[in-house]
Design a protein around this ligand. Sequence first.
Ligand code: BEZ
Length: 207
Amino acid sequence: MPAMTLYHNPASPFARKVMVLLHETGQLERVALKTVALSPVSPDASVNQDNPAGKIPALVLEDGTTLHDSRVILEYLDHQHVGNPLIPREGAPRWRRLTVASLADAMLDAAVLIRYEKALRPPELHWPLWLDNQAEKIERGLAYLEATAVAELSAAFDIAAIGVACALGYVDFRMPESGWRQRYPELAGWYAEVSERESLRSTVPSA
Ligand code: BEZ
């Protein structure tokens, strides 16, 4: 029986990052999934009980304690396997890879906020300026990755690559009209290649 339980939803890009790391580090069997459906306006009582922030992913450990958010869970799980760490332990590579991963999270935050605004908020309350600024955040992130990060993303499928792949996957899932591949062909080439990995193929977002 799995030792840990992960609050999860197949549409959540943050939960997907955890799933991808579990695949990549051979730990899938250590975690049972507890699928929950929640949003900022329809919370889940069991998630609220284990994570006062009311968010997924949250990881309940064998001793009953709960870890959140995805960054903390990823760091924890990366200390639980014997292979090469996916989060460099020290020095410049650690801070660089975590910074690229943080940019991917910021792009995801913006994409999820746009999704919530469009899917949950009444149309008469939509705020175009706010939506535009979230979309510009994603665009700046894509432009930065194209210009500065493709070579290093190609060097290792680690915390930075997992974050960027999950961010691009979520843009494809919820913003299929984006057309980002035309504007960022190097990033698109990298993404096409890593999308063949079993960890990404088996975690493609679904509603
Ligand atoms: C979504 O449906 O897009 C979604 C679900 C869970 C967390 C974040 C986003």
